[in-house]
Design a binder for this molecule. Structure first.
Ligand SMILES: [Zn+2]
Length: 303
């Protein structure tokens, strides 16, 4: 009986508010935008559900049966996917309100979703482990033993190095948006394509020629890419057992791990981007998704 009541309480505390927020954000979308974005909403919910279900099975206890464990992970992954979706939708406010500070709530919402997906993939409580990446740092909090730690993030360092080679740091925009922002001239993206903006896992480079309204327009688009880089939090859960074994075998790796967070999500996303990218920019799924969320439409594949 008590377990049943806890279940209902959990449902009211987490699932219903998420569904409510989700439904509200759909309502705010114009009819013609709905169809394009609904496709990506479906992908975000479905893939995160599936990834979380599989992760939960990988990390299940010896006495647990795969079926119920998968189903539990899948449902939680859907909730996480919905929050990621809402975070991505929030990037449109950067564009419409012409205010890059909307990047903060976009990332916080999306991170909350990624945390749920990770915990679901680990087959543990909804919020057992919470993490957030900011600039070159990684913050982790274990809610069970109340352990907090700050580490350097490999992808934050890589982003800083790559983006700073493109141009100079815009300190004001970095503080306003919570993302390291650089200003550059002659930006060139993957496939030597001239770009008004480029996204690294934790940094954005904007072309100097981009001014006025175009800044928020480009920033919103690049911001979706940042959230895309964050999205594969379940990869870390998939390799959790291997990571543990490595830490047991290598003292060096163990001590490095206490100061450095080896980010696996961003390289996995970059690999997926490259594999799924045809030459034509508008035909790339990741670009279509960035347009659909940040502008409400994408420019259409010309092939
Ligand atoms: Zn893009």
């Amino acid at each position: 009986m008590i377990a049943y009541l806890i279940k209902i309480k959990t449902m009211f505390r987490f699932i219903l508010p998420t569904v409510f927020l989700f439904a509200f954000s759909i309502e705010c979308v114009q009819a013609q935008d709905f169809q394009q974005r609904a496709k990506f909403t479906g992908i975000n919910l479905g893939l995160n559900g599936l990834a979380s279900g599989i992760g939960a099975v990988i990390n299940r206890g010896e006495s647990e049966r795969s079926g119920p464990v998968f189903w539990k992970g899948f449902k939680r992954g859907l909730v996480g996917g919905a929050l990621i979706d809402i975070g991505m939708r929030t990037t449109k406010l950067i564009n419409t309100e012409q205010q890059i500070a909307w990047a903060w709530p976009a990332r916080i919402l999306s991170s909350a979703g990624n945390n749920i997906v990770y915990n679901a993939s680990m087959n543990q409580g909804w919020f057992d482990e919470l993490s957030f990446s900011l600039y070159t740092f990684r913050f982790d909090y274990h809610t069970k033993n109340r352990k907090f730690r700050i580490r350097l993030n490999t992808m934050g360092l890589a982003s800083l190095w790559l983006a700073s080679n493109k141009g100079r740091l815009r300190f004001d925009r970095t503080i306003q948006s919570g993302v390291m922002t650089f200003e550059s001239s002659n930006l060139v993206g993957i496939g030597n394509i001239q770009a008004s903006g480029l996204a690294y896992p934790l940094a954005i480079a904007l072309d100097k020629e981009v001014t006025g309204y175009s800044i928020s327009n480009t920033f919103a688009h690049e911001m979706v890419h940042i959230l895309q880089f964050d999205r594969k939090s379940w990869v870390r859960a998939y390799v959790h057992k291997t990571d543990r074994k490595l830490q047991e075998r290598s003292k060096l790796y163990k001590s490095l791990s206490s100061y450095i967070h080896f980010d696996l999500s961003a390289p996995a996303v970059l690999l997926t981007y490259i594999i799924t990218s045809p030459q034509e920019w508008t035909c790339r799924v990741f670009e279509q998704e960035a347009d659909a969320y940040s502008r409400g439409f994408h420019r259409g594949c010309s092939r």
